[in-house]
Write a protein that binds this ligand. Sequence first.
Ligand SMILES: Cc1cc2nc3c(=O)[nH]c(=O)nc-3n(C[C@H](O)[C@H](O)[C@H](O)COP(=O)(O)OP(=O)(O)OC[C@H]3O[C@@H](n4cnc5c(N)ncnc54)[C@H](O)[C@@H]3O)c2cc1C
Length: 270
Amino acid sequence: MQDKPNPAQALAAPEGSVLTLDDGLGFVALVDRMGSDAALKVVNAARISYQKKKGELDEADQKLARFLWLHGHTSPYRHSFFTFHWKAPLFVFRQAFKYQVGSTWREYEADGESISLAAFDVLFDTDKGCSWNEISGRYVQWQPEFYLPACMRANPPHGNKQASVDLPADFDHAGERERMRAECEQAFRLYRERLERGVAKELARILLPQNVYTQAYWTVSLQGVIHFLAQRLKPDAQFEIRRYAEGVHQLLAPELARLGLTREMLVGYV
Ligand SMILES: Cc1cc2nc3c(=O)[nH]c(=O)nc-3n(C[C@H](O)[C@H](O)[C@H](O)COP(=O)(O)OP(=O)(O)OC[C@H]3O[C@@H](n4cnc5c(N)ncnc54)[C@H](O)[C@@H]3O)c2cc1C
């Protein structure tokens, strides 16, 4: 069976993308943001308490922005939004999709009607929810794009499951990688054969491995994205999602610098 073109691959990496996993496939890009100055908005949102507004950010504002973040006064950080485009393996998205709060948009279905979270917020005073939207494996046929680590890792001897250490150089890294590749290709062959027998994509996909690449949009407030960075830049975050956090951090560097928030302050926050 001829592969139909897959929109997952047709979507090229946007300009300004940061490559993440050193295989030329994974990336993160900042594709949209609010036009206003996010850092200035933080301090103006805070200063409205005193009926004050400034047109230019200065050192005193940076001090205020820093103070607000480090003391957990985070609501002024919820007025600016950023949209990121990720291409990542499924297992990375499983971790990324955990970030649900501080994002902009979610739709619920109630009595067969679609209802937006904005309406939900009014009714139930909830935080604005998740705004992850990803390619659907129900509609799109997957292409064999898999993440294969160059360097294999082991759990450390002390048994902390939230960390891993590189296996030594004399471990057969290349051999393990090739075994992984063969297993992925086998899974993909079985997937395609199942499609050819007429099974729906939504079922045929269920045997695909967790390292298959997919893509998603993430719209998130400044607070939500800094919270993500605070957790996922840390060494106890899995290496692969840490690479995405590094990418997001790089894309947000100008904002963070204007807010006076250093990397050490971020990772020290949680
Ligand atoms: C190293 C590491 C290991 C992890 N291991 C696991 C694991 O084994 N299994 C697993 O399922 N998850 C795991 N997670 C995910 C973790 O439990 C969180 O789901 C994830 O980090 C998202 O964090 P969050 O809930 O703070 O984020 P968000 O959903 O973005 O929430 C942001 C903040 O909003 C507030 N908030 C969110 N929800 C509520 C609420 N209902 N009520 C009040 N305040 C709220 C909290 O202050 C929260 O910190 C792990 C995360 C890390 C960093």
